[in-house]
Design a binder for this molecule. Structure first.
Ligand SMILES: Cc1ncc(C[n+]2csc(CCOP(=O)(O)OP(=O)(O)O)c2C)c(N)n1
Ligand SMILES: [Mg+2]
Length: 439
């Protein structure tokens, strides 16, 4: 076992690339085996095994700072940073946390849980470094779902202006918990289809070469002249560049050689760099690859079949909430359901299925969800913007108040020992602290 020889990231640097590849499989097997017993964030962690190895291989952690957004994908990071022996205790009382915790390891440089925080936190570290005249590197790893959150844009905006040395690694698996939504997601899809454009360009070039010489040559000249403009029309990868970032990618996030090569190239570039990495959520465990939404956060399961062990005959509060809301909404056409990237976790997946025209997944954007709900209420709609309890704090700072007819259920209140144990409840309006708003 290669993993027996790896306790901390410095041990990785002595391994060959084939050994690193074998290590990735061993880490993956350990994650699947452990999470099949403890439950946890399976698909996000499986998707970044190679990326985690490559980052620790190329960077010099813990002096270099690695900030994980959300922190639900850090199982490989924990295994490779001195915690493999305690890994089976993850998410159990007294055991390892399921998220990065500074108190747990010097390799966890920021406590996370909320999405979209990493760029701001990493930028803060880069500023602190520069003010102190120190020289370490800072990298943020952020998912495509989290990148579309408002806070991430605020961080991107600031970092693009400040031009500090900072690496932002975009872990693009085309998913939040559910399928990613939003115009920004569509933009990322356009960038990632660029390789298809490159193939198309080559085929067209070859084809023109096969035309009779007096026709083929001038057409090739014309094609070359307009190629850049044409490409920019089809592959608009310039947005990050225009925001002040050096953009690299997209690169296959499961190709260790390619990852190491590109990380070596970008790690010391001056200014902010955005490295676009394509990964598959749930990679290496077939049930999770084919249903990444279901395997985002799981209870104990059978590692052979992927079947969940926690079968219950009684519905959860979340399911009762979701199905009841569908019943209400069938009777009252003014009811609208809003979720901030949590259709499953909030029980609104059945609303999405049954009444799609009044269901809105706004992405990881709780502030927007609440303000959107207030706008809807202002027009005599009744809305439910459920979120998870942690994220509620985020949204409350901008939530509107007074007289809005909404219900604001919240999952995960109370003891957050296991992921799939949400509760629903009514909240008071956080801005005006009025009594529960309910219809
Ligand atoms: C502010 C906030 N809202 C919602 C969540 C719940 N949540 C946890 S992970 C996740 C999806 C994150 O998507 P992405 O960043 O693409 O990471 P992936 O799971 O795809 O690796 C969501 C919505 C959260 N952690 N924080
Ligand atoms: Mg994602």
């Amino acid at each position: 076992m290669i993993l027996e020889r790896v306790n901390i990231p410095a041990d990785l640097k002595r391994l060959t690339v084939p050994e690193l590849k074998a290590l990735a499989e061993e880490v993956r097997a350990l994650i699947i085996d452990t999470v099949s017993r403890t439950g946890g964030h399976l698909a996000p962690s499986l998707g970044v095994v190679e990326l985690t190895i490559a980052l620790h291989y190329v960077l010099d952690t813990p002096s270099d700072k690695l900030v994980w957004d959300v922190g639900h994908q850090t199982y490989a990071h924990k295994i490779l940073t001195g915690r493999k022996d305690r890994f089976p205790t993850i998410r159990t009382h007294g055991g390892l946390s399921g998220f990065p915790k500074r108190a747990e390891s010097e390799y966890d440089c920021f406590d996370t849980g909320h999405a979209s925080t990493s760029i701001s936190a990493a930028l803060g570290m880069a500023i602190a470094r520069d003010l102190a005249g120190e020289r370490y590197r800072v990298a943020a790893v952020i998912g495509d779902g989290s990148l579309a959150g408002g806070l991430a844009f605020e961080g991107l905006n600031h970092a693009g202006q400040l031009k500090r040395n900072l690496l932002v690694v975009l872990n693009d698996n085309r998913m939040a918990i559910s399928k990613r939504i939003g115009a920004f997601g569509q933009y990322l899809t356009r960038i990632t289809t660029a390789p298809a454009y490159t193939t198309f360009e080559k085929s067209l070039w070859d084809l023109l070469g096969k035309l009779p010489r007096d026709l083929g040559q001038p057409t090739r000249v014309l094609f070359r002249r307009f190629r850049e403009g044409f490409k920019n029309l089809i592959v608009p990868g310039l947005t990050f560049e225009e925001l002040g970032y050096h953009y690299e990618g997209p690169v296959d996030g499961h190709d260790l050689e390619a990852l190491i090569e590109i990380l070596r190239r970008v790690k010391d570039l001056p200014g902010p760099t955005l490295l676009h990495v394509l990964t598959v959520k749930g990679k290496g465990f077939q049930p999770a690859e084919s249903d990444a939404e279901r395997f985002h956060g799981v209870c104990a399961f059978d590692p052979e079949t992927g079947d969940f062990r926690d079968h219950k005959d009684i519905p959860s509060y979340t399911e009762v909430f979701g199905t009841s809301l569908v019943e209400f909404a069938r009777q009252d056409k003014r009811i609208v359901a809003i979720t901030a990237a949590m259709p499953e976790g909030t029980g609104l997946d059945c609303f999405r299925r049954e009444i799609p025209e009044r269901f809105f997944d706004v992405g990881i954007a709780e502030q927007h969800a609440l303000t959107l709900a207030a706008g809807l209420c202002g027009r005599w709609r009744r809305s439910t913007p459920p979120s998870c309890s942690g994220a509620t704090t985020r949204s409350s700072t901008t939530s509107p108040c007074s007289g809005c007819r909404w219900c604001w259920p919240s999952t995960g209140q109370g003891w957050w020992a296991r992921t799939a144990r949400p509760t629903t409840g009514r909240s008071t309006c956080p801005t005006c602290a009025a009594s529960p708003a309910w219809w």
